[in-house]
Design a protein. Structure first.
Lengths: 333, 331
């Protein structure tokens, strides 16, 4: 008796399961559709074969995908991290300086060390935010400059390098197939790290804290620990982003990360994660990062001056954030 | 028995002193500034054998501080509303470029062009933040990257970069040996801002919006108009700063105002303006600007590198915000 009654009451509220699903995942599906719709246009402009193009896209999109995933985790928890780009710069110069004389295996081991260090560094930022009770934006703005300084300290002018096989991780194909390694790495990280967490306690508290901090506290969630945990987890993806940047560019440059802060925020908004916190997931953000990268590639293919491409992309990002802001305001009121 | 009122009295006095310092951070800041001057003097005597505290050095400090003072003026107004403008440095650079480009047609045209560019970028920021409720950081970061993109295109084109005599005089000359010309402009702007914040309706509205935007709206303030105007003003002041800077260096280049973004935020935070909005003053910012300028001289004397400056300024922002939040929160 009770089961039909529950369905009836659900239907009474007008929430048919498919409609609920569409409301929850509609944005994500739309972003993927936009990405798919861009592909034919992109193909019609390009003269190279598909495999080569896919590789080019993967190289450009990989660091942004990871940076946007890191940003998304912090934004879902109700914060924002402006230091992601400059922390990526630190990883980039550190990795390129140390890996230049390393073998492939050593480089892999060193990557693990770097990822752990990045997680600690990011958790330190989170700890500062929780302990000082200053808003995320201010602390991460301060850290943005601190990390920029640290990157300059490690390496003043571009240099260093990585083993060839290491670069291959980002820009090569998986064995002899035509699937780019980069795609496998992104979806692997998503599937192995985010998906399990999202449905377990840490992920659920992440969403709870992001959507309403006081309710989360009242339902027994340790808010401070969850927020620091969000930065800790974001540090993992920031580390991957910095390493991906190093592998795909093959060189260390203290200013290489600067564009990723803004682009990651744009990808997060475009990917359906509300800047107010508590809404959205990582799979839409991955698609959004690819859309942003592809839009730049398309502009370049059409023969736009690379400098103008930057301007268009900046304007596009502002447009995305403005429209995203309008939409969230509507659904809120 | 007599010990009790004494401790109460002392506690009261302590609290009164604390309250006085919270209400007048300028007093503490001036003390820090004097200490920094003395410290720099000692270091300078140790390094070169010459004193740092001379009329000439004081006048140089003011001359160097004025462009930062201009840019930090706009930043103060924006931060009073609870926002922050990350586009100030490239707005200043863009204004300097526009000026030196249009100055081929005449001094007035050049200056007007520079100021209009600043006003335009500020308006775009204001429309995004005020009308479309975009997060100020993201909006200004976005306009900043677009401005930089456009600048790097136009900077590559060949045009005669002219810095008119008037701008050069304003930016680098001194009257009566010790009175920097740009100090006069700075003093006028400072007086207008300090008096305007205190005595005009718009000034009070800035504080109201920064303190509680919803309450201000319910009280009848058109919040979006206040925000559009404040970002436009910030763009305009940044443009003034850019013109003073190019008058000082005599050569517009892409990195002209880059260090001033971080420093403008740091100066405002040092000056006791709350980064959450609704609290603070321009007089505090002025002392903050002077502190940063003297600190800059000290770091130069100590041969500090660029990365050390970045870390120090970033750390100052975080630590001071934490201290101010703690002190004003304990009231």
């Amino acid at each position: 008796m009770s089961a039909p009654a529950a369905t009836a009451s659900l239907e009474f509220r007008g929430a048919a399961p498919w409609r609920r699903n569409l409301r929850l995942h509609g944005w994500t599906i739309a972003v993927w559709l936009v990405l798919l719709a861009m592909v034919p246009y992109w193909r019609s402009l390009s003269e190279q074969n598909f495999k080569f193009d896919l590789q080019a896209l993967a190289i450009d999109a990989l660091p942004l995908c990871f940076a946007a995933m890191a940003q998304a985790i912090v934004v879902i928890s109700g914060g924002i991290d402006l230091s992601i780009g400059s922390l990526m710069g630190v990883i980039n110069v550190l990795a390129a300086r140390e890996m230049v004389d390393m073998s492939f295996r050593q480089a892999l081991a060193f990557s693990l060390v770097i990822i752990v260090l990045t997680m600690l560094a990011s958790a330190f930022t989170g700890l500062l935010i929780v302990l000082t009770r200053i808003p995320d934006i201010v602390v991460t703005l301060g850290m943005l400059f601190v990390w920029q300084g640290v990157a300059l300290w490690i390496m003043e002018i571009p240099g260093g390098g990585v083993p060839l096989e290491y670069s291959d991780l980002a820009i090569g194909d998986f064995r002899t197939s035509s699937i780019p390694n980069a795609a496998l790495i992104v979806f692997g990280a998503w599937l192995l790290i985010w998906v399990p967490l999202r449905w377990l306690r840490p992920g659920l508290s992440l969403y709870a804290v992001g959507s309403n901090r006081s309710s989360a506290y009242l339902s027994g969630i340790n808010v401070a620990r969850t927020r620091v945990g969000a930065y800790f987890l974001a540090g993992l993806f920031t580390g991957l982003a910095g390493l991906a940047l190093t592998a795909s560019s093959g060189i260390g440059d203290p200013n290489s990360g600067t564009t990723y802060t803004l682009n990651s925020v744009a990808a997060v908004v475009l990917g359906g994660v509300s800047l107010l916190g508590g809404v959205g997931g990582l799979i839409g953000v991955i698609a959004a990062a690819c859309v942003l990268t592809l839009s730049k590639i398309v502009l370049l293919l059409r023969g736009t001056d690379p400098n103008y491409a930057n301007v268009y992309q900046g304007a596009l990002i502002i447009l995305v954030v403005v429209i995203g802001g309008l939409l969230t305001r509507k659904t809120r009121s | 028995m007599t010990a009790v009122p004494e401790t109460v009295d002392r506690e009261n006095r302590l609290r009164a002193a604390q309250r006085f310092l919270v209400d007048n951070p300028v007093v503490v800041l001036v003390g820090i500034l004097v200490l920094l001057f003395v410290l720099t003097d000692i270091v300078n005597r140790g390094e070169t054998g010459e004193p740092f505290i001379t009329w000439n050095q004081l006048s140089t400090t003011l001359l160097v501080a004025a462009p930062l003072g201009m840019i930090a003026a706009g930043q103060t107004l924006v931060m009073l509303t609870g926002g922050v403008d990350l586009s100030v440095s490239f707005t200043a650079t863009a204004a300097a470029f526009a000026m030196s480009w249009q100055a081929n047609n005449g001094t007035v045209e050049g200056i007007v062009a520079g100021l209009l560019v600043g006003l335009g970028i500020g308006l775009v920021n204001g429309i995004g933040v005020g009308i479309f409720s975009v997060n100020p950081l993201i909006m200004t970061l976005g306009t900043s990257s677009v401005t930089f993109g456009l600048l790097s295109i136009y900077a590559g084109r060949a045009f005669e970069k002219v810095v008119p005599d008037f701008v050069a005089t304003l930016g680098s000359d001194r009257f009566f040996d010790y009175l920097p010309a740009n100090l006069i402009l700075w003093a006028l702007v400072a007086a207008a801002i300090i008096l305007g914040l205190r005595y005009t309706g718009y000034g009070r509205m800035l504080y109201a919006v920064g303190d509680n935007a919803v309450a201000a709206r319910l009280a009848g303030v058109r919040v979006w108009q206040v925000l559009v105007a404040v970002y436009a003003l910030c763009g305009l002041f940044s443009a003034f700063g850019g013109l003073l800077l190019v008058g000082f260096t005599n050569n517009p280049d892409l990195g002209l105002a880059s260090p001033y973004l971080l420093q403008s935020v740091a100066a405002v935070v040092i000056g006791g303006t709350s980064i959450f909005g609704g609290w603070g003053s321009y007089s505090g910012t002025i002392v903050g600007v002077l502190i940063l300028t003297v600190l800059g001289s000290l770091l130069t004397l100590l041969n500090a590198e660029e990365w050390q400056r970045q870390v120090i300024y970033g750390g100052i922002i975080i630590i001071l915000t934490a201290i101010y939040a703690r002190v004003s929160g304990s009231e």
